[in-house]
Design a protein around this ligand. Structure first.
Ligand SMILES: *[C@@H]1O[C@H](CO)[C@@H](O)[C@H](O)[C@H]1NC(C)=O
Ligand SMILES: *[C@@H]1O[C@H](CO)[C@@H](O)[C@H](O)[C@H]1NC(C)=O
Length: 264
């Protein structure tokens, strides 16, 4: 009787190990089935749709193999420098897009195309955005975080802001780091919260002044040339006139003398 008991024990240990590895394997397969993008970590969100995390992976390009039922996408702390057109066009159910803490300096026109009706929050904070391109945000009504970017505030920016449909409070994140003109006093301010500053009027004024100065320069050149021309010609004319005046009298004298000599 002691032999079968030992055998049974050993047998059960083997069965247990087998079972254990089977469980592990199914877990792994299950995991493979839901790890949708090859470099990202995916999980099923409550209320359907996936949450995809690709944070801090040294990615330089936005992954193209993201599942089309992604609701939340975290791409923060990577090395993206630009967002190409239609980068997220295959994600019609996206609610949250986190692109913060990257090197983004260029958002191509249509970068967020296809997200207009779904996206609620777009995080672009802590990037390298300098100029605001309204064509990149076409149709987007989301709340956006635009803080911590080296925004350059100029007339172009001022003209671009009314063209976007983003939630208006988002635009208060545009804090000017440089400006044109440089001494307008908008640096360090949220551009939208400085309503007295009109960068377009100022640049228009400076171009007007430049135009005036150039025109005045040309005008004074033309006038001084005219004055010089008239003076030079006046002198010429006077000399000519004097010469002409001197001619008939000399001629008259010589004629007189010749007649006198013939008479004599
Ligand atoms: C996602 O793509 C699959 C095919 O890959 C398609 O059958 C499904 O309808 C798509 N789902 C959505 C929400 O677009
Ligand atoms: C925007 O991003 C910054 C830095 O990434 C963060 O500190 C801030 O809380 C964010 N603001 C909002 C409204 O989410």
């Amino acid at each position: 009787m002691p032999l079968p008991a030992g055998w049974l024990l050993r047998h059960s240990v083997v069965t247990c190990l087998l079972l254990h590895s089977l469980v592990l394997m199914t877990f792994c397969f299950h995991h493979a089935a839901t790890s949708c993008s090859k470099s990202c970590y995916c999980s099923e969100g409550e209320g359907g749709g996936k949450t995809v995390r690709c944070s801090n992976l040294q990615l330089t390009e936005i992954p193209k193999d993201l599942p089309n039922d992604t609701r939340r996408l975290y791409l923060d702390f990577n090395l993206f420098t630009s967002a190409p057109a239609n980068a997220f066009a295959g994600l019609p159910h996206l609610l949250t897009l986190d692109l913060s803490h990257n090197e983004l300096s260029l958002l191509e026109p249509g970068a967020f195309r296809g997200l207009g009706s779904s996206l609620q929050f777009l995080d672009l904070s802590s990037n390298k955005l300098v100029s605001f391109n309204p064509d990149a945000f076409e149709g987007l009504r989301a709340r956006a975080n635009l803080t911590n970017n080296p925004w350059h505030c100029d007339c172009n920016l001022q003209m671009a802001l009314p063209c976007v449909d983003l939630e208006p409070a988002s635009l208060t994140g545009i804090v000017c780091q440089t400006s044109n003109p440089a001494d307008i006093g908008v640096i360090g301010l949220a551009f939208l919260l400085a309503p007295d500053i009109d960068l377009c009027v100022v640049t228009k004024k400076t171009t007007d002044v430049a135009m005036l100065v150039t025109m005045f320069g040309w005008f004074s050149m033309v006038i001084s040339y005219l004055v010089y021309y008239v003076r030079a010609n006046q002198e010429d004319a006077r000399r000519h006139l004097e010469y002409l005046k001197s001619l008939p009298s000399r001629q008259g004298k010589s004629e007189e003398s010749s007649t006198i000599s013939t008479v004599v």
